[in-house]
Design a protein around this ligand. Sequence first.
Ligand code: GUN
Length: 286
Amino acid sequence: MTAKILEGKVFATQIKEEVKCDVESLKAEYGVTPGLAVIIVGENPASKVYVANKHRSCGEVGIYSAVIEMPEDTTKEQLLKKIDELNKDEKIHGILVQLPLPAHISADEAEILDFIHPDKDVDGFHPINVGKLSVGQEHLVPCTPLGCIKMMELAGIEIKGKNAVVIGRSNIVGKPMFNLLLSRHATVTVCHSRTKNLAEITRLADILVVAIGKPNFVTADMVKPGAVVIDVGINRIAPKKLVGDVDFESVKEVAGAITPVPGGVGLLTIAMLMHNTVKAARIQFN
Ligand code: GUN
């Protein structure tokens, strides 16, 4: 039997509808329009596409969107000054600095991101928000792992009591995914590039989340029959060919449910950014 395909578009549309209603009720309750500022430094073409998509999504759900384009040679001090202005700007409830930063300031990334006020940190990368997540006080949570959880909830996939395996230990996906699954009562194992006997561990997973950045890395022999397989990877293997970290064609014959790439959880990331922006606005009004 082939797996149920978890189409990102279906869930993203549903989440955006929810956000749209929430934007309207926020306007009715407080007379406020949630606002998102996205700062992009330099000319990275992929980043420009991502930022344009965020701007368009804001328009779709009724969020005020400010895209701040700063030149490639922007200094750390100039960027911190801009973040300071946005931290104080009452029209802006969420701030996102698009990554990667240009090489000359990339070593300062942590200092720059930590300068965003934790209540406006819609990426959920600030150490205060990371700490809150790890002690079970979810505040603003990174969009991609939150989207994976939301998708499972909407698809009626139970997490409680399940064996979950996460491949990848990044701050953006693997670590927050671990905490989100754990606080929803899964038994969670995190694997990474140095894990020994990986397939033995992944074959125990009822829920397998893959974010390791290696094209078609997870093959059918690594997957328990009937497992839920969530592929967070996006790898360009030819000019017009994107694939995930999971070998979709073989794994879909074994899994119970699987997300495609493209068209899977990637679409949920922006929807969750919209969700986080409205949440940030509520936090600032409560
Ligand atoms: N660049 C690619 N993904 C992300 C993300 O989730 N947040 C930010 N700020 N930049 C990114």
